[in-house]
Design a protein around this ligand. Structure first.
Ligand SMILES: NC(=O)c1ccc[n+]([C@@H]2O[C@H](COP(=O)([O-])OP(=O)(O)OC[C@H]3O[C@@H](n4cnc5c(N)ncnc54)[C@H](OP(=O)(O)O)[C@@H]3O)[C@@H](O)[C@H]2O)c1
Length: 215
């Protein structure tokens, strides 16, 4: 049984679709989702998965979702309004301790960030990397998917690109910005969730091949 968090998010939604389409990992293996509002799931998806309603930051919800689960897709939602980004990541991650390792879930595939050993005091990035260390400390088999800047971040500026031929980033215009598509994160997550041969704890860097700068 695989449990998928954030099944309505841009990454989680694609992970779920790939798992449902997998010949030997979909409905046969059993998929459970944790979702705040099940009505936001497409009907086709709702018909094929078990639903636990609530937030994966809630220990009671996580415990309800863990029954018979050996693998988990883990994503801490973006937190633009959180008072403390570290606190936000901690609030989500700490309840995991009660459901992983000897408590049931043996493998976790989580979405983290590129930048280990480089990023210091780097907000969301440092908080993601600290999350990995906390999860590794729980003794569960773990793969931290480490993307750089998501290509989809720029979609919010589609109108400006269309209307004014411009987009805006806090970066020198000739400096390379590593990018990754959410589809590639989801494909890697699904592959790892369907593979029960890996063990231990490792980063999986996910960097697109292009040397693109804002220019
Ligand atoms: N942006 C970047 O350049 C970048 C780079 C590296 C890593 N990342 C990481 O990539 C991830 C972004 O994921 P995404 O793009 O898939 O996010 P997204 O599209 O914004 O989806 C967020 C998901 O989280 C759910 N959610 C929001 N608040 C919640 C709460 N309080 N409790 C439970 N669920 C909640 C939403 O569900 P509802 O339907 O309930 O709203 C939705 O399913 C983040 O972890 C970020 O750190 C981002």
């Amino acid at each position: 049984m695989i449990v998928v968090t954030t099944p309505t998010g841009q990454i989680g939604r694609q992970v779920l679709e790939l798992l449902l389409d997998a010949p030997d990992g979909g409905p046969g293996a059993g998929i459970r989702v944790i979702v705040r509002d099940p009505a936001r799931l497409p009907e086709r998806v709702r018909a094929q998965v078990e639903v636990v309603q609530g937030s994966h930051a809630d220990p009671a919800v996580l415990k309800e979702a863990r029954e018979g689960v050996d693998r988990m897709f883990w994503l801490v939602p973006p937190s633009p309004a959180a008072d403390s980004v570290e606190g936000h990541f901690r609030d989500f991650t700490e309840p995991l301790r009660a459901v992983v390792g000897d408590q049931g879930v043996r493998r976790v595939v989580g979405v983290s960030s590129l930048g280990r050993s480089v990023a210091v005091g780097a907000g969301q990035i440092s908080a993601s990397l600290a999350m990995d260390e906390a999860i590794a400390d729980m003794g569960v088999h773990y793969r931290a998917l480490c993307p750089p800047f998501l290509m989809e971040n720029l979609l919010g500026q589609a109108e400006s690109m269309r209307e004014a031929g411009a987009f805006f980033l806090a970066l020198d215009q000739d400096r390379v910005l590593r990018t990754c598509a959410t589809g590639d994160i989801a494909a890697t997550a699904a592959r790892l969730l369907l593979d029960d041969s890996w063990t231990g704890q490792e980063d999986v860097p996910l960097v697109g091949p292009d040397d693109l700068s804002p220019e």
